[in-house]
Design a binder for this molecule. Structure first.
Ligand code: ZN
Length: 300
């Protein structure tokens, strides 16, 4: 990115709960930031446009904006619905042309990808994904999502990965009814997302006593996902962020269970250890998504 000089970019992490917006060029150069609740498309998008517009009026035009959105989204530039949030269960957001709304509102080029791919980009550029050729980024929050980066480029393909919706085996200590995903029930999101945890146990994970069985059950589910990712995609690192992962000790417990479930099958230096350098928290913390949107913006 050295040819970008001192250009400034906008980054938008458009999440299902909130939109995080920043202006800058990297983690050490953030000029402005704002956060808006995700309400209706009209209200939230106009708040975002006002924020960047206000900045541009004062400081001049941005060189580009990166938009990482919750989804599913249409990432195919040849498609009539490119840039749309498509079939989301989020009320009011189905079939929202978020890309056009932001592009027309700001009058600058806007690059588009998923929110988790953006977080992955941020980690690849400046966080724990640096130096990897294949890395996975998972977020475990209200929902579960994941992105796969190969040589710093997010995988799109058919649509884009939807890692939160792979089916999982039920844990023997999990006696609750089916998971909460309306499409699949017992997928990862249906069993281990913040929404699923609250539906099962009535609280968020960090509010339980450390001995509560919920830790074990949730860690088991996320470890199942990590095992699948490891066998299917061979990432050099799995970075897991999101609200649920702010629970103390959860990364370590998932690493331990992943190691058990891999069954010693994979060789190599990384696999010899306790996997705490393999399954890690984002180096950029909660800023991974918005900073990653800056990385995306530089591709416009
Ligand atoms: Zn699902």
């Amino acid at each position: 990115m050295s040819d970008q000089g001192d250009k400034l970019f906008g980054g938008i992490e458009a999440g299902g709960t909130k939109f995080n917006c920043i202006v800058g060029s990297g983690p050490d150069d953030v000029r402005a930031q704002a956060r808006f609740e995700t309400t209706t498309p009209e209200e939230t998008i106009s708040q975002v446009v006002r924020f960047f517009d206000g900045w541009q009026v004062e400081h001049g035009p941005l060189s580009g904006v990166g938009l990482g959105s919750f989804g599913p989204v249409d990432l195919d530039p040849a498609s009539a619905t490119y840039g749309h949030i498509t079939s989301t269960p989020k009320p009011g957001w189905c079939d929202t042309d978020i890309l056009s709304a932001i592009r027309q509102g700001l009058g600058v080029p806007v690059a588009f990808d998923t929110d988790v791919n953006c977080a992955g980009l941020g980690e690849w550029q400046w966080g724990r994904g640096q130096g990897t050729s294949v890395m996975a980024y998972l977020t475990v929050g209200t929902g579960i999502g994941g992105g796969l980066l190969v040589n710093g480029r997010p995988v799109h393909g058919l649509i884009h990965p939807e890692m939160g919706h792979v089916p999982l085996l039920r844990h023997r200590d999990d006696k609750a009814a089916d998971g909460v995903c309306p499409a699949h029930g017992n997928c990862a999101e249906g069993l281990a997302s913040g929404t699923a945890i609250r539906a099962r146990w009535g609280r968020i994970l960090s509010q339980f006593e450390p001995s509560h069985p919920a830790y074990n059950v949730v860690a088991d589910y996320i470890a199942q996902l990590c095992v699948m990712l490891t066998f299917l995609c061979s990432p050099e690192r799995i970075i897991i962020g999101g609200g649920v992962m702010e629970t103390t000790g959860l990364h370590g417990l998932i690493a331990m269970k992943t190691k058990e479930k891999l069954g010693g099958y994979l060789q190599g230096e990384v696999m010899k250890g306790d996997l705490t350098d393999y399954i890690v928290a984002p180096g950029l913390g909660a800023r991974a998504g918005s900073l990653g949107a800056l990385v995306l913006a530089k591709t416009v």
